[in-house]
Write a protein that binds this ligand. Structure first.
Ligand code: IMP
Ligand code: MG
Length: 183
């Protein structure tokens, strides 16, 4: 287990300006796809990683949306997926008959989102789509494709803009990757 105060070297990967620009593009695409009086959009953020992305994304939407959150457990303080997903905090609202857009920070093995999507689909939403900020396709273990993706990233451990390493670095306004950890 890595100590919380280990010396970590970060390298920048995606700048604040690039993120802002891409989030705006995604919001435009989503707004276009969900336009229309018969749509009832519920944006479901997966905590904690998606909170900053979701906050920026929904403020760029030009269609009405409700926001709800779920917390699931995935890696804990390690950098390896355990493949075990547990709902720690569930949605407050029913999504039956709604147009649900799941917003997540990063898709890696895909195990977490596969579980979430399967779980939410049992609740009979009218539609169910997936928006991720970061996609790490190299490590995928299950077949799952995001409907909207911000950036494809290489197989490295990324942090910042909501994404953490053992709860550190979520507050960074840019996305970096961990180059070195000195215990
Ligand atoms: P998956 O189940 O392997 O797709 O992992 C999904 C979750 O693992 C994400 O929601 C993140 O919380 C976490 N995760 C995966 N890759 C990274 C990374 O590079 N940095 C930080 N968290 C990650
Ligand atoms: Mg996450």
């Amino acid at each position: 287990m890595t100590e919380n105060n280990a010396a970590i070297t970060l390298k920048p990967l995606i700048s604040q300006v690039e993120i802002k620009q891409r989030v705006r593009e995604l919001a435009k695409e989503i707004s276009r796809d969900y336009a229309g009086a018969n749509r009832d959009l519920v944006v479901v953020g997966i905590l904690k990683g998606a909170w900053i992305f979701l906050a920026d994304l929904v403020r760029e939407l030009t269609v009405p949306a409700k926001i709800d959150f779920m917390t699931v457990s995935s890696y804990g303080a390690s950098t390896k997926s355990l493949g075990v997903v547990k709902i720690i905090l569930d949605l407050k609202c029913s999504i039956a008959g709604k147009d649900v857009l799941v917003v997540e920070d990063i898709i890696d093995t895909g195990l977490t989102l596969k579980y979430i999507i399967e779980n939410l689909s049992l609740r009979h939403p009218r539609s169910l789509k997936l928006c991720v900020l970061l996609d790490k396709p190299a490590r995928r273990q299950v077949k799952i494709e995001p409907d909207y993706r911000g950036f494809v990233v290489p197989d490295c451990f990324v942090v910042g803009y909501g994404v953490d390493f053992a709860e550190r670095f979520r507050h960074l306004p840019y996305i970096g990757y961990i180059e070195e950890i000195k215990e």
